[in-house]
Design a protein around this ligand. Structure first.
Ligand code: 13P
Length: 249
């Protein structure tokens, strides 16, 4: 059975007190969601937010982890450290990390392996930039991202992966992919997964859509056969909006 999911990605927003206040409100409001609900927070929130969400169905994700196990890497946070906070997910491969922090497919492959080795589930982001979409290269871009960082995984490991298709041109721009564009790409991604892991594994793989997904367009996006939920940026910072998106799933 495929897991439906709504995941928030707070990015670099909210100080500790603001984050705790939002998580507290979500805990009160999200008591019986019809899908898996995850919030991705900055590292500094993980411990406190995980603790306060004990007994809640909401799971907690880091937005990144290091590509090394441990040691002299000043400022980095390892997968084991993330796991020790109580977080159970890690978002990896976000386009902002690829673009601003030069994370290559090879680096992301290492991060995925380390996160899985620590027992974290991974929400792995893929997606093309505007120029690639305009030259109709979105399929090859996404295929290369999967090939470069994920398709070395065993079938057992693959079950810990949630994919998030996030067209970069749609992130934070208000330009959402049309339901048709999302469905086409999600079906294509599922076909690639089927080629590597077989039809059943592909059927069971959760593929989220991300990029200006909000309380107004979520239902229309989620109505598509291969769109299993959303990875939400801006709208995950406002409890009313995030709860409405969860209700739409
Ligand atoms: P927005 O929902 O703000 O467009 O961000 C999407 C995103 O990048 C989630 O990871």
């Amino acid at each position: 059975m495929r897991t439906r999911m709504v995941a928030g990605n707070w990015k670099m927003n909210m100080n500790l007190q603001e984050g705790v206040a939002l998580a507290t409100e979500l805990k009160q409001r999200v008591t019986n969601p019809g899908c898996e609900v995850v919030i991705g927070t900055p590292f500094i929130h993980l411990t406190e937010v995980s603790r306060l969400l004990e007994g809640s169905p909401i799971r907690v994700a880091a937005e990144n982890c290091a590509d090394q196990v441990k040691g002299a890497y000043t400022g980095e946070v390892s997968a084991a450290m993330v796991r020790s906070t109580g977080a159970t997910y890690c978002i990896l491969g976000h386009s902002e990390r690829r673009a601003y922090y030069h994370e290559t497919a090879e680096i992301l492959k290492k991060k995925v392996d380390l996160a899985l080795a620590e027992g974290l589930r991974v929400i792995f982001c893929i997606g093309e930039v505007k120029e690639e979409r305009e030259s109709n290269r979105q399929n090859e871009v996404v295929a290369a991202q999967l090939e470069g960082s994920l398709f070395h995984l065993s079938e057992e490991q693959w079950k810990q992966i949630t994919l998030a298709y996030e067209p970069v041109w749609a992130i934070g721009t208000g330009l959402t992919a049309t339901p048709e564009q999302a469905q086409d790409m999600h079906a294509y991604i599922r076909s690639l997964v089927a080629k590597h892991y077989g039809e059943q594994v592909a059927e069971d793989t959760t593929i989220l859509y991300g990029g200006s997904c909000n309380e107004k367009n979520a239902a229309e996006l989620f109505a598509n056969r291969d769109v299993d939920g959303g990875l939400i940026g801006g709208a995950s910072l406002v409890a009313d909006k995030f709860c409405a998106i969860i209700a739409a799933r």
